[in-house]
Design a protein around this ligand. Structure first.
Ligand SMILES: [Zn+2]
Length: 427
């Protein structure tokens, strides 16, 4: 018998999954990279592929992680709130928060056409711009803008009258492509509070027009908002899965998601070589550790398949201590996977192919796979799994799943370490 309950450690290599690249002789960057350490894990474990959402669905990192952490999208606040949380921008109860960015746009007869969404002015210019668009008031809402980083910020709308609430069920102002019109925010058809959604949409439209009218000498023409959300904590990760959890991530939206789910958040060191120590510390302190490596996705977008291959190899080079421990420990379940596919050869954001998964633990069934990569993973013993099942499979390998139907609990939890209510000898 093992003494200590097993800890689960996930290494999520953001967007590491890819398509075959002609520049890499038809291999993917993960297949082409020198990955002796990750290959040791693949050889010692079980391998497969994972549709994080429904097959063929391209996902953003936050929506992918929501599913991987065992939540449906409608259980967590919209991304505006997650980003605000990760960036320490307060969002009061009853408020609506949107992610926002500065953009260049040209006035047309009817409205505005967005020309550039990826600006690179100085932070000082953006801070001055932010002051010009920081405070606005409509009849229904006070609107504030807080500058965060790059050309981004957070727009928070608060109701002026608590009896006339706001709602995050509105569409985006940001068209997310260029050239494209600045969009009219509209209530969602499925809004549960249509009057609140209509008020919110009107306030966002008025704020957007005001920013476009007001910004003239600045290196920015308009504030584009998107991904409205309202605060409201979902059931905690620990309550849902029975695991004290920690996320090592520097990405604000993922830090915000982890914090919203009640997970501890630690910022990993910048240098790859320093991360294994931080991972080891978190594994000692928690029962579930999520380690996020954002770099494969960033390099994929910025520099193409060969650079992505080299970045993956650079990560692998520093992973020896993590892999040594994963292979030696009898109290650890280690998973290596990605949150989505990022095609380094195409001009699309993310794509919907499944991602590879490797799982290593003492006693886990092995297969004939001996290297990480999309092709070998597709032949592995884990088969093809769903994102919502990744945590359950990890918990199963950790023997942290209760025998189905064994013991009813009021909340119908499926993990063994629940608090039980002893029967007293009498009232
Ligand atoms: Zn991602």
């Amino acid at each position: 018998m093992r003494g200590k309950d097993r800890t689960i450690c996930w290494l999520v290599l953001d967007g590491v999954a890819d398509r075959p690249a002609p520049a890499l002789d038809g291999q993917t960057p993960l297949e082409a990279a020198a990955t002796p350490n990750l290959d040791r894990l693949a050889a010692a474990g079980t391998n497969g592929t994972m549709d994080v959402s429904r097959p063929g669905t391209p996902l953003s990192s936050d929506r992918a992680h929501t599913l991987l952490f065992g939540y449906d999208h409608d259980e967590v606040p919209g991304r505006g709130v997650l980003e605000a949380t990760g960036l320490d921008v307060p969002v009061p109860e009853g408020a609506v928060a949107c992610s926002a960015s500065f953009a260049r746009a040209d006035a047309t007869a009817e409205g505005w056409t967005v020309r550039d969404r990826h600006l690179d002015a100085d932070a000082a210019d953006y801070e001055r711009t932010a002051e010009r668009v920081a405070d606005f008031e409509t009849d229904a809402a006070t609107v504030s803008f807080t500058y965060t980083w790059k050309n981004r910020g957070i727009v928070v709308l608060e109701p002026t009258d608590p009896d006339r609430p706001l709602s995050p069920a509105v569409t985006d102002v940001d068209p997310f492509e260029v050239p494209a019109p600045v969009l009219d925010p509209r209530p969602l058809d499925a809004a549960s509070a249509p009057a609140a959604a209509a008020r919110t949409a009107e306030a966002l439209a008025a704020y957007t027009r005001w920013t476009a009218d007001r910004l003239d000498a600045e290196p920015v023409d308009v504030v584009l908002s998107k991904w409205a959300g309202a605060p409201g904590p979902p059931e905690s990760f620990e309550t849902r899965h029975g695991l004290r959890a920690c996320s090592l991530t520097a990405k604000p939206v993922l830090a915000g998601l982890a914090e919203t789910l009640g997970m501890a958040v630690r910022t990993p060191p910048d240098q790859y070589a320093a991360r294994p120590d931080a991972i080891a510390d978190a594994v000692d302190d928690y029962e579930f550790v999520h380690v996020h490596y954002p770099e494969p996705d960033e390099v994929s977008h910025a520099a193409g398949p060969a650079a992505k291959r080299d970045e993956i190899a650079a990560i692998d080079e520093t992973l020896a201590p993590v892999v040594d421990r994963a292979l030696a420990a009898d109290d650890l379940v280690t998973v290596v996977t990605a949150d989505h596919t990022t095609p380094s050869t195409e001009d699309v954001v993310h794509s919907g192919e499944p991602v590879p998964v490797t799982m290593v633990a003492e006693g886990v069934r092995t297969d004939d796979v001996s290297a990480v990569g999309e092709r070998p993973a597709a032949t592995g013993g884990l088969g093809r799994v769903r994102g919502r099942d990744c945590l359950r499979l990890s918990r199963a390998a950790a023997d942290r799943v209760l025998l189905d139907g064994l013991r009813r609990s009021p909340a119908n939890r499926d993990y063994p370490n629940q608090s039980l209510t002893p029967l007293s000898r009498g009232p």
